[in-house]
Structures are given as structure tokens and as C-alpha cells.
Design a protein around this ligand. Structure first.
Ligand SMILES: NC(=O)c1ccc[n+]([C@@H]2O[C@H](COP(=O)([O-])OP(=O)(O)OC[C@H]3O[C@@H](n4cnc5c(N)ncnc54)[C@H](OP(=O)(O)O)[C@@H]3O)[C@@H](O)[C@H]2O)c1
Length: 331
């Protein structure tokens, strides 16, 4: 008889979307040349959207979310991978329209798989997950242009997952980091504990007057928020500085004149973790596992079971701050 495994399934019914842990069979997984026994996954906002029936993320239900997964190779027809080898996946179609890491097994194309780098264990790789990978990719791009002695680097959306890890990496690399947050009153001390130089309010980096240019202030900006804030910080970038953009929590549109670009030579880097080419992907994971690795990585997370992840999804959808949540499957 075919072995079964557990997965969190999102069901579409007349009244909306419901979650249920179900027994599944490998033969029910989508096509792919490699089967992975998943040990850890992590919770991202995209997983919450998929669980809530967001068709921009997941078109067809029932579905298993989980855009991140780390585990061991169970079976692969690609000779590059051997049984028991430790691997991880972030991005591509995992957890979107391909059953993802909230199931104990996944079947995927081997082109998506990253061999776990030395220096990180499987759990640590999921403490980073897509948020950490996106943070590191943003830092990698910014530091192509902005040296650590160029001046202050601003990180927006300060208490968020991407911003938090990006700030840590920049501090480790010796940059002067300023964090902008909507929660100065409650989170200032926690953010200062990251080793950043100062914490400012969102309003302080914005420009209510809508000027074309502002006084040069930042050598670079890692923007995780998008919307008006992105348009505003571009105006405050120093000569030859740079901005990275990865998120849209603050809006998916921004306004800018051409002046910061044609008068100050500002560079705007788009950050995409999903289709990031494998060569760069491997380079970024090597950095996260080595010189950029945070000292207290394991302390950053809550580890939950498949049964508990349902509640964490609901908290995330309700806008309650849940911190970084790691899903650990049964042994
Ligand atoms: N491009 C990619 O490949 C990629 C990959 C991963 C994530 N993302 C995107 O990157 C963004 C950040 O992801 P994350 O995982 O760090 O999210 P997160 O943990 O939810 O953090 C987002 C932070 O943005 C701030 N924020 C929330 N609503 C805001 C608003 N209306 N206006 C201004 N700031 C607001 C909050 O920080 P403060 O209260 O401290 O300001 C919040 O903690 C998201 O949009 C996500 O979809 C993109």
C-alpha cells in the first residue's frame, strides 16, 4: 500500500477557504523529477495570502502552501542528487501553484533545488528562508554601488522580516545603518539592539510637500515597503547612491521625477527572489552561510508544528506581528 504523509490543505468551498490537515500520497503530488522529505518550512506573507484564497498567488484549490522548504532527497532521477542529501528550496513556483513545504513531502523539478551550504543547518536555512534570501540579495545589490564609508544607509519597514535581516547584515559589514519604522515608540530599543546607528519614524523620511528633490541624506536605501516612501527616499539619495526595492506593503505605485537619476546618478535596483538565477542564488546562500551569517540565528524564531501553523497564518492575516515562524515536520 502506498505510504501517506501529512499536509496542510487549503480548500475552496462556497463560503470561502478553509484549512485542514490531510493524509496525502506521493502519487498525488505534482510532476517533477525529485521527491524531497521536508523537515522545515517557514511562514511568509505569500503563504498567508495563498491560504486566504488570493488567486494572484494560487489559482487552483485544494492546495498545499509553503514557498520555502528544507529537507533531504528521497528520490531523484537527476544524478546530481543522492538519497539523503540535504537541500533547500525558496521561490520558483513552490507553494504557489505547486504543492509546497506545508506538506511532509514535495515533488519538484531539480532545477529549483539548492544544495544546503556548509555553515548552515536545515533549520537555520529556514530561519532565513525567502525573507533572509531577499534581504541578502538586496544587500548584495546595494553594496555593488554603495561602499561602507559612503555614508548612512536607510532600511525601511524596519520591524519586518526582510528589513530586520538586511539591517543585521549591513551592521555586520560595517555600514552605518538607520532604520525607519512605523513603531518607533514600541520597537525602538529592539531595533537598536540590532546594532544600528539610529531609529527614525516613517514620517521622518517622507516628503509631504512632494518636492522634486530633497537634501542629499542617504548613501543608499534598502526599501522593503514600496509606495510613497520609495518615491520619497529616492529624492534624498546622495550623488551616485542606490536604492533597492523588493516590496509593496506600503503600496504598489510610487512617484518620482527623473532628477535624482539624471542629476545625482542614482541607481534603482529591483529585487526578485523568485526567479533569481541559480548562479546568483548559490552565491547569496554562500554569503548567508558564511561571512554574512547572523550570530544568534536560532534565537530569532518560533518553531511550530503543522497543527500550530494554522493559527500563525490567521495571526499574520489579522496583521498581528508574528515574528519569524518556522514549521518543523514530524521526524
Ligand atoms: N521581491 C521579492 O522577491 C520579495 C521576497 C520577499 C518579500 N517581498 C516583499 O517584501 C516586503 C517585506 O516583506 P517582509 O517579509 O519583511 O514583510 P513583513 O515582515 O510583513 O514586514 C513589512 C514591514 O513593513 C512595514 N509596513 C507594513 N505596512 C506598511 C505600510 N502600510 N506602510 C509603510 N510600511 C508598512 C512594517 O514595518 P514598520 O512598522 O517597522 O515600519 C512591517 O513590519 C513585502 O511587501 C513582501 O511581499 C518581496
Amino acid at each position: 500500500m502506498e505510504k501517506t504523509f501529512k499536509a496542510l490543505r487549503i480548500m475552496e468551498d462556497g463560503d470561502g477557504y478553509t484549512k485542514k490537515i490531510e493524509d496525502r500520497k506521493i502519487s498525488q503530488l505534482p510532476e517533477g523529477d525529485t521527491i524531497i522529505k521536508v523537515q522545515y518550512s517557514s511562514l511568509n506573507y505569500k503563504d498567508a495570502l495563498s491560504s486566504a484564497g488570493n488567486k494572484g498567488v494560487t489559482r487552483n484549490y485544494p492546495h498545499t502552501p509553503g514557498i520555502d522548504a528544507a529537507g533531504t532527497i528521497e528520490e531523484s532521477s537527476n544524478p546530481e542528487f543522492s538519497h539523503g542529501e540535504e537541500v533547500l528550496i525558496t521561490g520558483y513556483d513552490l507553494g504557489m501553484n505547486t504543492d509546497g513545504g506545508f506538506g511532509e513531502y514535495i515533488r519538484v523539478p531539480s532545477e529549483w533545488i539548492v544544495k544546503k551550504p556548509e555553515g548552515l543547518d536545515l533549520k537555520e536555512s529556514m530561519v532565513y528562508g525567502t525573507a533572509g534570501f531577499t534581504a541578502a540579495l538586496s544587500v548584495y545589490k546595494l553594496t555593488e554601488t554603495v561602499g561602507k564609508d559612503s555614508g548612512e544607509v536607510l532600511v525601511t519597514g524596519g520591524t519586518g522580516g526582510v528589513a530586520n535581516i538586511a539591517s543585521k547584515i549591513l551592521v555586520k559589514l560595517g555600514y552605518d545603518v538607520v532604520v525607519a519604522t512605523g513603531k518607533v515608540d514600541s520597537q525602538k530599543d529592539e531595533l537598536l539592539n540590532l546594532g544600528v546607528k539610529s531609529v527614525v519614524s516613517r514620517e521622518e523620511v517622507q516628503d509631504p510637500k512632494g518636492k522634486a528633490m530633497l537634501k542629499s541624506r542617504w548613501a543608499g536605501v534598502i526599501d522593503t515597503v514600496g509606495g510613497d516612501i520609495l518615491g520619497d527616499v529616492i529624492k534624498s539619495i546622495q550623488y551616485n547612491g542606490a536604492v533597492t526595492t523588493c516590496g509593496n506593503v506600503g503600496g504598489d505605485k510610487f512617484q518620482s521625477s527623473v532628477y535624482p537619476f539624471i542629476l545625482r546618478g542614482v541607481t534603482l535596483y529591483g529585487i526578485d527572489s523568485v526567479q533569481c538565477p541559480m548562479e546568483l542564488r548559490l552565491k547569496i546562500w554562500e554569503k548567508l552561510a558564511g561571512p554574512w551569517k547572523a550570530d544568534n540565528l536560532q534565537a530569532m524564531v518560533q518553531v511550530v508544528s503543522l497543527e500550530e501553523i494554522e493559527g500563525k497564518i490567521d495571526e499574520m492575516l489579522a496583521g498581528k506581528k508574528v515574528g519569524r515562524v518556522i514549521l518543523k515536520h514530524r521526524e
